[in-house]
Design a protein around this ligand. Sequence first.
Ligand SMILES: [Zn+2]
Length: 316
Amino acid sequence: MEKGHNLSKSDVIGQIPLACSNELAAVEFLEKQRWGYTPCCVRCGSVAVYQMKDAKTGQRSSRYLWRCRDCKEQYTVRIGTVYEESRIELRHWCYAFWRASTSKKGVSALEIKRHCQISYKSALFLMNRIRFAMAPDPDSPQLKGTVELVEVYIGPRKPRYKGVSGPGRSTLKTPVFCAVERGGHLRRRVVADVTAATLREAIREDVDSRARLMTDEYSAYRWLKKGWTGTHETVCHRTFEYARGDVHVNTAESSHALVKRGIIGIYHNVSREYLHRYLWQFDFLWNNRQMNDGERTVMAIQGAEGKRLMYRPSVN
Ligand SMILES: [Zn+2]
């Protein structure tokens, strides 16, 4: 069953501001996105469930508990999501999900801290979990059709030495490999280096072997001329050739421009260790760019389900 299957997503954007200011509205919003109109038990899947009420007031219990008639389990909408172990109010989660899904250049933890009046530590925790909710599905299909490949560098420091040109110039920065399917999705990954061996491994994992590849003339792509089933075409940036007919890597370059603006303008400095998390967020925004803001927020919220158990702070 598709999540939220019988909900109209187009009017979601109108409900989000209320969910960001009222805890009950936030809980109900998240419940609706998770279960649609048929709430079910998180343990056994039974739909024989009911909301627990406060005996005195008759309102929903203060922890917004549900109970299953079949397995007697008590649970909340938090169970089995990235916000399960958090005590932060769900309205703040809604706000952070909304901002993270709709700000093209990202949103900083400091800003969430100020807007939600929570501690910086909480805001950082929240943003990290949200980025994890946005992480790509490891089983998503390979890129196909026309695929542009570029390697880019992210980092605050400018090269300190002169006389070295080309990719070697940027060794102080973190290299990121980016593959973009024209009219489709993209994939970015932090790589140890930009040698042919590293890029080959990345390309074989991310791109369908029959794809038509476009790159610049960087030497680490030379093996593609013979070692690739599909075709491989290049533009020569050295001679200021940026496009030849439909041969170019401008889609990849422009997708990366947003990451650069985000790092410079919002995050200022992202360490190599955590860069991949920020890329999850930028990739998510790019890959779902055709959706409206409400649909994209729901997409991120639904990505939060089933991720908690996989989360290992030391690895991710
Ligand atoms: Zn149950």
